[in-house]
Design a protein around this ligand. Structure first.
Ligand code: ADP
Ligand code: MG
Length: 144
């Protein structure tokens, strides 16, 4: 599925719909260059799950946990991970195979441990279509 957005609000709303639909145990991977809208999208997901506290990038902690929503929300950013053993150390399996929702930024760096049924989301710019245009590709989900 491909969704095109014209501004940050629309990208937020795509995330929101995914958050509202998310079922226990679902893992989402989120890819895209710096400044493309990963945090905007993630904030939408969190809102869709009923989380009201502010969501930012967990860049220095690998994982940020939010418990106040409809389901626990685990936001990973593995950009600074040195080796896969660091994921073992934080006990990633309890998160990936638990009943909460996982959203993993830079998941390509830990590809070997991403569950097969993860839903893959990639956000891209296309400057020919304007500065605020984004193409959001979602694999593993039929509709929003
Ligand atoms: P990332 O987390 O991927 O580094 P951010 O979500 O922090 O990116 O920032 C995205 C920036 O791009 C924000 O300033 C946002 O307002 C802007 N933006 C412009 N158009 C869009 C769009 N269509 N979708 C998402 N963000 C957009
Ligand atoms: Mg970000």
């Amino acid at each position: 599925m491909i969704i095109e957005t014209k501004n940050a609000r629309e990208t937020y709303e795509v995330g929101e719909k995914i958050g509202r639909k998310a079922r226990p145990g679902q893992v989402y991977t989120l890819m895209g260059d710096l400044g493309v809208g990963k945090t905007v999208f993630t904030q939408g997901v969190a809102n869709g799950l009923g989380i009201t506290e502010p969501v930012s990038s967990p860049t220095f902690t690998i994982i940020q946990e939010y418990e106040e929503g409809r389901l626990p929300f685990y936001h990973f950013d593995v950009y600074r991970i040195g080796c896969i053993e660091e994921m073992d150390e934080i006990g990633y399996e309890d998160y990936f195979y638990g009943n909460g929702i996982c959203l993993i930024e830079w998941a390509n760096l830990i590809e070997e441990i991403i569950p097969e049924d993860a839903i893959s989301i990639t956000i891209e710019k296309d400057l020919e279509k304007g500065f605020d245009y984004r193409r959001i590709r979602i694999e593993g989900m039929e509709e929003l």
